[in-house]
Design a protein around this ligand. Sequence first.
Ligand code: FAD
Length: 390
Amino acid sequence: MDFQLTDEQKMIADTARKVGEKFGLDYWRDHDKRKAFPQEFWKATCAAGIGGVALPEEFGGSGLGMLEMALAIENLARGGGGSTIGQLFMLNPIFGGVSIARYGTEEMKRRYLPPLITGDLVCCMALTEPDAGTNTLEITSFARPDGDGWILNGRKHWITGALSSGIMLIVCRTKKVEEVKRKTEGISLFLIDTGRKGVSLGRIDKLGTNTLDSSTVFFDDVRLDPADVVGTLDGGWPQLLDVLNTERIVTTAGLCGTVDLALRLAVEFANERRVFGKTPISAYQAIQFPLAQAHAEIGCARLMNYQAAVLCDQGQPFGTESNMAKLIASQACDKATIQAMQTLGGMGYASEYHLERLWRDQRLFRFAPVSEEMILNFIAQHNLGMPRSY
Ligand SMILES: Cc1cc2nc3c(=O)[nH]c(=O)nc-3n(C[C@H](O)[C@H](O)[C@H](O)COP(=O)(O)OP(=O)(O)OC[C@H]3O[C@@H](n4cnc5c(N)ncnc54)[C@H](O)[C@@H]3O)c2cc1C
């Protein structure tokens, strides 16, 4: 067991730190207020070689792995973007990158990977449906055979970045539940232009992560061609899981950077702030202990996340580690950002001090991309051998 980073990993972390600091807190506050996609940040991240860190070199990526991606995200998030950086990395590196690099056709790889890696193209993923929710196997968006292709109808919601994306990975049924032996059969992945005829979007208003739009997506008789299929027709379920599992590592990395940032802001403020006499409020244990607790908790989650990333890069199962890291990181980050706001008193509530944004954004990750209840279900069943309760 070696806890040392290689020189290359240190360099990636350092490059990411510099990009994160170059943009800083005010950039993100401004974009949050304007609900604007962080285009300049993303282009700079890609120009620094970080957007394609885990994607194949022949298409412009660095050919490295999830550990390097986690290190990059943590450092970018710490510069000011917070947990939204994890979500941003889901778009091109995961939804577009992992799905196309592992399961796409050669034509898809040639056409889409280079602009995804440079940041000239954005990819979103349309999986969640209003009536299925967490129970993905209940999705009903259906592509019925038509000539050599299919006609898709259905509805998705909460699709991140759909309004900013050029392409969309769609998860739908190509066989109805009644036609298959197991619900995991009959699921397929398709990749299409977001502007394709029959696709329409409706923006969802929300609490945070305002720099990344969320949409309801309607598919009305959308034509799908054989060239749009990603991976195995009717057999897309395991491939979807492969794409989704890496989401947790990315999410946790963003939360680790957010806790570091929130604690730094809280400590800097508390060291200066004096209310009763000459003693700074940082000298009170009531202020110190919860911040120290958050620091300890996120340190544990970070290590577990690195373990998940290394296992993933070695091609070994990493579901338990990535789920546990995400569970603890999201809880630690929620507590840390709340406590950091509390430390600033009234100023914690002011957007000028950034903590309210960090808190709003990170709240999402208590229930997405996988909720803590579903992680606990997973641990109870897979690690403790208890029966499925639902
Ligand atoms: C801002 C945002 C961005 C998102 N981005 C995307 C995206 O880009 N693409 C995409 O496809 N989806 C996206 N999602 C959807 C997200 O993944 C889901 O919201 C999430 O998986 C939870 O599903 P749900 O909202 O339907 O909750 P539900 O499934 O309705 O669950 C509601 C609550 O019940 C609990 N619950 C459900 N079943 C059980 C059980 N068996 N045991 C215990 N508790 C249970 C859940 O844990 C949760 O707390 C996004 C969501 C948000 C809010």
